[in-house]
Design a protein around this ligand. Structure first.
Ligand code: MN
Ligand code: MN
Length: 315
């Protein structure tokens, strides 16, 4: 058996050079033999406030050059056992949101013909609906772990049914997710209606609002969610605005009083053992990321997600 693809080491080639792929992994034209594929979805036309997430994939990849392959704290060695590559960006239609969502769904249908875990680098959160449509065609309704400041369950925005703020109402209506195994973590902020969070709870969603998590370790929460899900196929969607704007200011719709970076890491580490069949990192907006910390944090949280994928070796 050949060794899985390895990221280029910062000791072999200066971090500021080499391919602009996630962790400077090989860029792959084919999905054959891959266990994990990174896919950029450079899109911000589903956004309601600040734009800029079209630059997210490129900047997350750039900051990922800093990451080393072994997770010292948990022992995870994701590149020892899983073969990963970056398959580049989807050719979305930046002049049409509807066409872009169609392109994403069709691209995912093709990707999911292979036994590969796609890791999407967004892009605004509207990308997750077509991803879930393709995922559900393959796996049926999936369990969903959704970390976000927002529930993203509006019925419509400006009369539009498909936006970054309507994703999980559509996913629920279309039967793409199992509402009894849908977990929303980090919600906060003001509402359009007083019922913005209680309505999804009435569908079965379990919600942890950020203020209920302040000053707490989230290690137990991750484990609680994992136990509740069991071995169901699970999709994890990570909206970077779940973090407090102090940690992740570079995003389109920031809300104060969010999670800390440490809490996000604890939460993801607690998901180890889940049957994760896909995940995404969305809403990183580099034009508002004046320090670069948002993309850096997003890249590292993607690494944390890699470390809890099925089949990862621990040392
Ligand atoms: Mn969102
Ligand atoms: Mn959000």
């Amino acid at each position: 058996m050949t060794k899985p693809n390895q990221p280029i080491s910062g000791n072999d080639l200066a971090r500021f050079s080499g391919p602009s792929t996630f962790m400077r992994l090989p860029q792959a034209a084919s999905l054959d033999g891959l266990d994990v594929a990174f896919v950029g979805i450079p899109m911000d036309i589903g956004t309601s406030w600040r734009s800029g997430t079209r630059f997210g994939p490129r900047q997350i990849r750039a900051e990922s050059a800093m990451i080393r392959p072994y997770h010292i704290q948990t022992g995870a060695a994701p590149f020892d056992s899983l073969n990963m590559a970056d398959i580049g960006d989807l050719a979305i239609n930046t002049f049409s949101l509807a066409d872009s969502l169609r392109i994403i769904a069709e691209s995912y249908d093709a990707i999911l013909k292979h036994s590969v875990v796609p890791v999407a680098l967004g892009g605004d959160h509207s990308i997750t609906l077509p991803i879930l449509r393709a995922i559900a065609r393959k796996h049926g309704p999936v369990a969903l772990v959704h970390i976000d400041a927002h529930a993203d369950v509006n019925d419509e925005m400006f009369g539009e049914k498909e936006t970054h703020g309507t994703v999980f109402r559509r996913a629920y209506e279309e039967g793409l997710i199992d509402p009894e195994h849908t977990y929303q973590v980090g919600l906060r902020g003001t509402g359009y209606l007083a019922t913005d969070f209680s309505e999804p709870q009435s569908w079965g969603f379990q919600i942890w609002q950020a203020p209920d998590l302040w000053h707490r370790s989230l290690a137990g929460l991750g484990a609680e969610i994992r136990r509740d899900i069991g071995n169901r196929p699970t999709y994890v969607t990570y909206d970077i605005d779940s973090l407090d704007p102090a940690y992740a200011p570079g995003t389109g719709t920031p809300e104060i009083g969010g999670l800390t970076t440490a809490q996000a890491m604890e939460l993801i580490r607690g998901l180890r053992g889940l049957n994760i069949i896909g995940c995404d990192m969305v809403e990183v907006s580099p034009p508002y990321d004046t320090t670069g910390n948002t993309a850096l944090t997003a890249a590292n949280l993607v690494f944390e997600l890699l470390c809890v994928l099925p089949g990862v070796t621990y040392r």
